[in-house]
Design a protein around this ligand. Structure first.
Ligand SMILES: *Cc1c(COP(=O)(O)O)cnc(C)c1O
Length: 374
């Protein structure tokens, strides 16, 4: 990460686009699949969807994955012309605009397939049939596969749809559970083949399986968390995976106050100073995605030293007891970033808050300025 916060900016998430590019290159080389789908849903896990998509494409991603059609259309509007797939639809989604923009659609039921075909009047809809293999979310149930595959074959023969892919999603519960899902996926692929379907891409693995379960890789992996440089594993760090965290969350200390012993810090006085000390005020709160559950435990680096949030995280700010460290108003406080720079990691915050690193970066609020470094 370079330099200090820009003038007039109080809180900032610095996004290292080059890190995303590096991570995609790294994951692609590890997975060795024909194609690589970079997942940039939920505003690129908080990093900015367009930034993430551009970085991923530069690093060799061949497709972009998002949850829903509005996310896909925003990427098209921003000039991303790579294939984009969206797989989560409302019961009354109008598929016309997505088809017109060449957005590929995940299809989880016969009803969805028929509604998509209805909207594909002037050009064929590009579809990826999603099969349910155990996770219990969306996807065609095993009992419905025959009907959906037969209809898909008919629609493909009639030129209404093009079957780009067949896919599913793993639970990551254990190697054994994931292998059961791989086996179910293979049964679905065999049935699709019997029905005459010829999907270009079979895809199952997200980041964790892309790294740790080779038999789940098929023709493409759909990687999200890994492209942002974060590890999906509790027992393996980003650095151990050769990944570089792409987001640094930081702020300028907004106030410092010298206080005597026994001085309360923040609502509820859950923290009190033990002796004369300095309280530094960091202007990031739960409105900005700093989890309130990390009150009293979240790590912060100020002036090259690591401290802990003192007392409760409030909506806009929290306090750090910096002792006698000479901290001044305007000094930089780093909540998380690339731990090889000495910063705490998003995973440290996840541990402090009892959640996962995915949630830490994805919930960074709209009030936090995103600055992109390339
Ligand atoms: C979010 C998502 C992914 C990406 O998962 P990561 O664990 O972040 O790599 C892949 N596929 C589907 C269907 C998803 O919803």
């Amino acid at each position: 990460m370079t330099g200090s916060l820009p003038r007039g900016i109080m809180r900032e998430a610095v996004i290292n686009r080059g890190a995303i590019e590096h991570n995609v290159r790294q994951l692609r080389a590890a997975a060795k699949t024909t194609e690589f789908i970079a997942v940039v849903k939920a505003d690129g896990y908080g990093h900015g969807a367009v930034t993430a998509a551009r970085g991923a494409i530069a690093g060799g991603a061949t497709r972009i994955g998002v949850a829903e059609i509005p996310e896909a259309l925003r990427l098209r509007d921003a000039g991303i012309d790579a294939p984009i797939i969206a797989w989560l639809h409302a019961p009354d989604t109008a598929f016309g605009p997505a088809i017109a923009q060449g957005i590929e659609l995940g299809v989880s039921s016969l009803d969805q397939l028929l509604r998509i075909a209805e909207h594909a009047q002037t050009q064929p809809a590009l579809v990826h049939i999603k099969v349910e293999t155990g996770l219990g979310r969306n996807g065609v149930a095993p009992a419905d596969r025959a009907a959906v595959f037969a209809e898909a074959a008919r629609l493909a023969a009639a030129g209404r749809i093009v079957i780009e892919g067949i896919f599913s999603h793993l639970s990551g519960t254990s190697m054994a559970d994931d292998r059961d899902q791989v086996a179910e996926f293979e049964r679905a692929l065999a049935e699709a083949d019997d029905a005459g379907l010829q999907p270009r891409l079979r895809h199952l693995a997200a980041t964790a399986a892309a790294i740790a379960l080779p038999e789940a890789r098929f023709d493409a992996v759909r990687a999200g968390i890994g492209i942002y440089g974060l590890s999906p594993f509790e027992d393996r760090s980003s650095a151990q995976l050769g990944l570089r965290p792409a987001m640094t969350l930081r702020a300028r200390v907004a106030a410092v106050r010298r206080v005597g012993p026994g001085h309360g810090a923040s609502y509820g006085y859950e923290y009190r100073s033990e002796r004369e000390t300095t309280f530094a005020l960091v202007p990031l709160g739960y409105a900005d995605g700093v989890p309130r559950q990390a009150s009293g435990v979240g790590p912060v680096r100020i002036g090259g030293r690591r401290f802990t949030v003192a007392g409760r995280v409030a909506m806009d700010q929290f306090i750090v007891d910096v002792g006698d460290t000479p901290v001044r108003v305007g000094d930089q406080a780093v909540l998380f970033g690339d731990p090889t720079t000495g910063a705490p990691s998003a995973s440290d915050w996840a541990e402090a808050a009892g959640t996962i690193n995915y949630e830490i970066v994805t919930r960074i609020g709209a009030r936090v300025t995103r600055t992109v470094n390339s």
